[in-house]
Each structure stands twice: as structure tokens, then as C-alpha cells.
Design a protein around this ligand. Structure first.
Ligand SMILES: Nc1ncnc2c1ncn2[C@@H]1O[C@H](COP(=O)(O)OP(=O)(O)OP(=O)(O)O)[C@@H](O)[C@H]1O
Ligand SMILES: [Mg+2]
Length: 323
């Protein structure tokens, strides 16, 4: 199965300030803001929706094609992804700029000051599904440059590529017209519950409009409550997917992306919806148990054993153990 994963490619720079921002903000001097915080901790993490999804797909034995744009600082990241089993041949490097970067400093009270530098991500609109060499069996359009997210669904429909429309955190940014266009003719729409409400508000589509717009399923993730999948005729049949309780919560960054990877693994194996959703839930929980979106690790045998201990044997354990 040829899976193409599109979306942001980014680095996350996470800093911790050992004090309180508010002690340094003088309310009588707000005409001109100039603040500098000496931070004593910084981590640089590999992130971005597309590599997050692709990494978990690789852990699950797929070799997804990552399609996106990155900057001059992508070299190490590319080598690392290739080592993990991700095909990076469709990542275009724009040497004049840096890879999209998220900088966030958190103080002792968990106040945050953050900036997101779009960098090379703004060039994602220059990539095209028409330029891919091999036929594509399944694609996902994940948060990215808004112009790219507008273009890819149209290209997928023109080329007959089944695609998952995943506007997620960009639901707030993308135009209503583009959101409507993205969902009509998608195989699947996936968003979290907050984004689903926002999607309906922004597009003025009803539950029914959205369910009729997609070909196969509407999936809404519900945090610790798991997920709901609407399938069948008119997408009126609801399948409830429970979450998998983690052995301790470390960091939720990237759990939504991991859910999508598990789901796509199930689709690649042609599994029933319930098994697809369960794969998503377990893949997400592994990310919750580690810090960062790509630091978790498991073998397929370990994943299957844990899946079996939570859900028992089903089509997923049979398919994953069979090869
Ligand atoms: N506290 C939790 N315990 C167990 N599983 C969880 C928990 N929170 C989330 N999950 C799993 O992760 C999936 C996605 O979570 P959620 O709906 O919060 O996505 P999201 O808000 O898009 O996340 P992200 O922060 O990555 O964007 C859920 O469907 C569930 O399977
Ligand atoms: Mg999300």
C-alpha cells in the first residue's frame, strides 16, 4: 500500500524559565515591550504533523512517503526519518529558509510565550500530487500551509486518490470555502471534538451535511473519552472507540497525529472500523507516555501484545501477527 502523508514539518524548541513572567511585566511600562528571559533549559524536538504521523506508521511496519517542505536545517531530520523507515524522497528542501519552527518558553506557573515561524512550510503549496512517481493508495491532508491544504484535496479528487481530510488545528485558519471544498469528496474527515464544532460553525454545515459530504467516515476524537466514528449509509451508524489508559501521562504533544497513524495502518490492512479506531487509540497512548511526538518506540510484537491485553483478539491482532 502506497501511503502519502502531507502536513507541516517542524522543529519544536521548548524552553523553561525558572521564574514567573508576570514578575517582569511592569504594567506602567507597557508602551514599549522589551522582555528577555534567561532560560536554563532547552530541548529541540522533531515535530510537525506529517513526520509525527509518518514515524508512527513506520513503527507499525509501513513505509509512508512524506510529502512536505523543509529548510536548510533538515539534513539530520531527514537522515533520522530514513533510518526509522520513512521515505523522505518527496520532501523538498528550500535552502534559503529554515524548517518551520515552534519556539515556546514556559514559566513556573505554566504561562507560555510562543512563536511559530512558518519558514519552509509556506512553500508546501509548490508541491503537487501530480508530480509523484508511483500511484497513491491513500493520502492524508494534515495541518500545513493553508494554500497547500486548499490545493491537495482538489488534486487527490482529480487523480482519484482516496484522502483523509485532517484540518485539525488549522480549522481556525483555513477559509470556510476551503474547508467545505476539502471535506466534499474526502474519504474521511478527522478532527477533535472542539475542532468539529468549529468546523460546523465556520462552514455552516450540519452534522448531516458533513456526513453526506464524505465517502466513508467522519471521525471525531474525544481526548480521554476515545473517539467516535460515523460510518455506513449516510454515515448514520456510530462506532464508539474507547481510549487506552496510559501507564502515566508525560506529554500529550502529537497524540492526535499518532491516532491518525494507527487508523491509517488499519485502513492499509483493510480492517473493520472498530479495529482501525482501536489501533488509533493504542498508537496515541504510546505518545502520551513519552515526552515529544517522536520519542516513543515499540516493535510490532510488543504493540500486538499490548493491543491484545486491552481489546482481546480481533481482526487487528490477526492481521498484524500474520505479517
Ligand atoms: N488522557 C488520555 N488517555 C488515553 N488516551 C487519550 C487521552 N487523551 C487522548 N487520548 C487518545 O488520543 C486520541 C486523540 O486525542 P485528542 O482528541 O485529545 O486529539 P487532539 O486534541 O487532536 O490532540 P493533539 O494535542 O495531538 O492535537 C484520542 O482519541 C484517544 O485515543
Ligand atoms: Mg489535534
Amino acid at each position: 500500500m502506497n501511503i502519502v502523508v502531507t502536513g507541516s514539518i517542524a522543529y519544536d524548541y521548548l524552553m523553561r524559565f525558572p521564574g514567573d513572567f508576570l514578575d517582569h511585566v511592569k504594567p506602567d511600562r507597557l508602551q514599549k515591550l522589551s522582555l528577555s528571559f534567561l532560560v536554563d533549559e532547552m530541548v529541540k524536538q522533531r515535530g510537525g504533523c506529517a513526520p509525527n504521523i509518518a514515524y508512527s506508521l513506520a513503527l507499525l511496519g509501513e513505509r509512508p512517503l512524506l510529502m512536505g517542505t523543509a529548510g536548510q536545517d533538515f539534513g539530520d531530520y531527514r537522515a533520522w526519518l530514513e533510518e526509522q523507515g520513512v521515505d523522505t524522497s518527496a520532501v523538498k528542501v528550500v535552502p534559503e529558509v529554515f524548517t518551520a519552527s515552534f519556539f515556546v518558553t514556559t514559566d513556573q506557573d505554566l504561562n507560555q510565550i510562543a512563536s511559530f515561524y512558518t519558514g519552509a512550510m509556506a512553500f508546501a503549496r509548490t508541491l503537487s500530487f501530480h508530480d509523484l512517481a508511483a500511484p497513491v493508495d491513500l493520502a492524508i491532508v494534515s495541518p500545513n500551509d493553508p494554500e497547500a491544504m486548499d490545493k491537495y484535496p482538489r488534486e487527490c479528487r482529480a487523480l482519484g486518490i482516496p484522502y483523509i481530510y485532517d484540518p485539525s488545528q488549522q480549522t481556525v485558519r483555513i477559509s470556510a470555502e476551503s474547508l467545505r471544498d476539502g471535506v466534499v469528496g474526502a474519504d474521511i474527515l478527522i478532527v477533535n471534538d472542539y475542532e468539529y464544532e468549529l468546523f460546523k460553525d465556520r462552514t455552516a454545515m450540519t452534522d448531516d451535511d458533513i456526513r453526506r459530504a464524505v465517502k466513508r467516515a467522519v471521525i471525531v476524537t474525544l481526548g480521554a473519552e476515545g473517539a467516535a466514528i460515523w460510518v455506513g449509509e449516510g454515515r448514520n451508524e456510530k462506532i464508539v472507540i474507547p481510549a487506552v489508559t496510559p501507564d502515566g501521562i508525560m506529554d500529550p504533544t502529537g497524540i492526535g497525529d499518532a491516532f491518525r497513524a494507527g487508523l491509517m495502518k488499519g485502513l492499509a490492512l483493510g480492517l473493520p472500523w472498530e479495529a482501525c479506531g482501536r489501533l488509533g487509540s493504542l498508537a496515541a497512548t504510546y505518545v502520551l507516555e513519552t515526552t515529544g511526538p517522536q520519542t516513543h518506540h515499540y516493535s510490532i510484537a510488543e504493540f500486538v501484545a499490548r493491543y491484545r491485553s486491552v481489546f482481546g483478539d480481533d481482526a487487528a491482532t490477526a492481521a498484524l501477527s500474520g505479517g
